[in-house]
Design a protein around this ligand. Sequence first.
Ligand code: UTP
Length: 461
Amino acid sequence: MKKEDLIELLATYGQQEIIEYCKGLKPHEEDLFFKNLEGLDLKVVFELHKQFSLQDCAVPPGQTIKPASIVPTPRINEEKEQEKKAKAAGKILLRDGKVAVLIVAGGQGSRLGFDGPKGIYPISPIKNKPLFQLFAEQVKALSGRYGTDIPLLIMTSDENHDDTIRFFEIHDHFGLGQETLHFFKQDMLPAITPGGKLALQTNTSLFTNPNGHGGSLKGLYDSGILDMLTETGITELFYCQVDNPLVKIADPVFLGYHTIAGADVSTKVVRRKSIEEKVGVYVSGRNGDAIIEYSDLSPEYMSALDDRGNILYWAGNTAIHLFSLPFVKRINDHGFALPYHCAKKRADITDRTGKLQNLDIWKFETFVFDAIPLAARTCCMEIERDEEFAPVKNKEGVDSPKTARSAMIALSKDWLRKAGVTVGSEVTIEISPFFALDEHELVQKMKDKKLAIETDTYFGE
Ligand code: UTP
């Protein structure tokens, strides 16, 4: 958009203050200010401000929810047979080169308080491998296993894009080829004051925030990556967050259930630890399946119990999904279809004189799970938390690097014990995906060795 058009748009939406502010800037600063506005969807923000001035920021809780139908972790023989069938179907998709992997890593990671992109955080118990390295190695190992180059897509944001690219360059892209690894930036959106005024981050830029993990489904489309994947025959996208080092990337069982169900969107869920656990809940709502944020679900629902006294709405969101690419295209073809949420926060805003002020601000974001109710068909699968879900959110306490590392060690030990290996209780273990991608592979390699491990051990490539 040209400068004159931007000024007209600002005037239309009552942003006289910011127009006057620009007039006071030096010419090169003014140019920079308008350059920084390019690519920002100002209109969307003004319209959202209008919308959220009339309604509360929270999405009203669905009043007619019931527990969703979910594929259970297999306990009885029939379920084990279903799982085998699903795994076989998933393996075919992988061998046929139908699957790409997306890691969303554009978030601000403010709770972890790490200086740099969260994906660079060193997490593995012995080698201190960063999160990004764990994912890249899994993708490489999977590609080797299935004889195909599985594309790895990483979504960044303005705030961490350059650092992320540099990190991968320094590490030679962990051996992934240029045709395999793709980065794209999610959109930023200006935040707005409760009175509907744009705010400044610096004297030449607006206060903005990444447009939420839902922005990944828009970014894939806008960047042309979606078309590129489709042209190479890829039909399914495995989606996960950068903060879960236990994730089983492109799990064939999950892929199999997804494809057998003909699903547009599939989701892995874990049993909620307690009524208090702050996790979104997978339910069946008025318009089909949906994930509702814990803060949007009434205490009655959050604490409801079944006949046996177990949590009724037990399915906690892990943010592990599969999306069919035609579906991702469909929700973009006529304008991005995901709804925006509004978060009312306090933030450090630069005032017109250049001073920082801690003020109320409204931020707008989309959530990737809001794609679920838009799907014609969905699938949801239960997984064991200990095996696949250990998010790194906080510096300390729950969901911290410490809990994630403990979970990684416990899982490695569990695999070894299943292979008949004795492992000391204080010993730290790390297993590279190049050594074994899963329990089955590890058991095959170790079962006859009759090992007893008494010192910290890394099973490398
Ligand atoms: P979280 O909601 O946990 O946010 O993101 P965060 O930014 O990582 O951490 P806090 O809340 O500031 O402490 C879950 C996942 O979604 C990605 C994050 O990178 C993480 O993988 N995400 C989140 C994005 O890619 N973009 C966003 O705009 C928001």
